[in-house]
Ligand binder design. Sequence first.
Ligand code: F0G
Length: 452
Amino acid sequence: MNTIIEPFRIKSVDPIRMSEPEERRRHLQQAEFNLFRIPAEHVIIDLLTDSGTGAMSSAQWAGMMEGDESYAGAKSYYRFHTAVENLTGIPNILPTHQGRASERLLVEALIGSGDAGRGLVVPNNAHFDTTRANIEHCNAQAIDLLTEAGLQPTLEAPFKGNMDTVALKKLLNDRAADVPFVMMTVTCNSNGGQPVSLENLRAVRAICDKYGKPLILDAARFAENSWLIRQREPGQGDRSPSAITRDMFDLCDGATISAKKDGIVNIGGVLLLRDDEMFQRASNLLILTEGFVTYGGLAGRDLEAMAIGFTEALREDYLRYRLRSVEYLGEKLLDGGVSIMQPPGGHAVYIDAEAFCSHIPREHFPGQALVCALYEHGGIRACEIGSVMLGDHAVMELVRLAIPRRTYTQSHIDYVIEVVLDLQERRKLIPGMQIIEQAPALRHFTARFAPV
Ligand code: F0G
């Protein structure tokens, strides 16, 4: 059969409260046009993030009941350890409460704290904002080395998450001593959830070997990356997602994982470091701020849910449905004439807000204008990834429709498509935005706006 169905039945439901545009206009005004300030119960379809918002399986819920809450050496820890070692082949594993905790430990273990990073530079295909913030926190510089193709929204290319290996070679050639480690983010969230090929990972590995640098994977969406490799990379079409995932981890010296994505849990993370000395340093830091090494700031039940989630995320029927539902949303928006980041990546569709709101200049934040309009028009909450979030680092003005895992059905997605296409008809009426008040860092969470 050709119809790809959600490979699960629903046995617990969470009601959605419907609302009218007038009510939502009021909520927008009260929230001063910042979608982070809107209570979730006033949102119809919440596409703010795919992080921690997925639905757990009945097996995961059952696992939570089995959670062993012993302080040290809980059964749940050993189950978690076995699952992650099977997945990655790396035996040095720390649980953390989420991705950014792993990032903080990584940076402190490999660079140091305070001013230790001054003069150092950490390259990545593109850093996620928390990774960048953690690196900059010790005064090191975080730089993005995406290929030219990765920065062109409408260009169809299979691996727009790839790193520009010429640029990496040049950086290491010029300033090898200043580079403590190299990172690769799979899939690359900052430019549309775009995948990285095994070929590119191997090339980056070879360069790291030449200069003796550790390669660290930001593997939040490892399963989605493995499926896109299977679909798009020559010679990978009949390999299993687990085998491809293993190849990805075999190429790295360590990894940070936010389990809130492909771990399909509401909270959790992992830090992996092959080198025993580095691992020991990170373990000591974990004990200092997160908790003992066998729970890392989580409950035993969270470790159970992660162990099961990591396995479920690699099931072929799940990945086929997951990637197809994102692709479906992208296709329908494209067919309707909406300019999106192409091809759609693993976890989200990114609308080119500058094209959608071509009457709004950059200084009036076309992305922020569009997220407000989507909310007012259809109760959809999306996320601006443009100059509000990234400031001067913004290369594109994007609006991300992130799809939580196993949470919404096709009719929810059809509703989203209808809202976006209907809004497109009247897009010239969308007002630009101005910032009334903002915080010095990560301003998108709390800034207040007003229509121009
Ligand atoms: N790395 C990537 C690629 C991410 O997308 C995220 C989180 C993190 C690290 C940090 O993980 O949230 O568990 O601390 N991304 C979320 C998002 C927040 O909406 O894309 P965390």
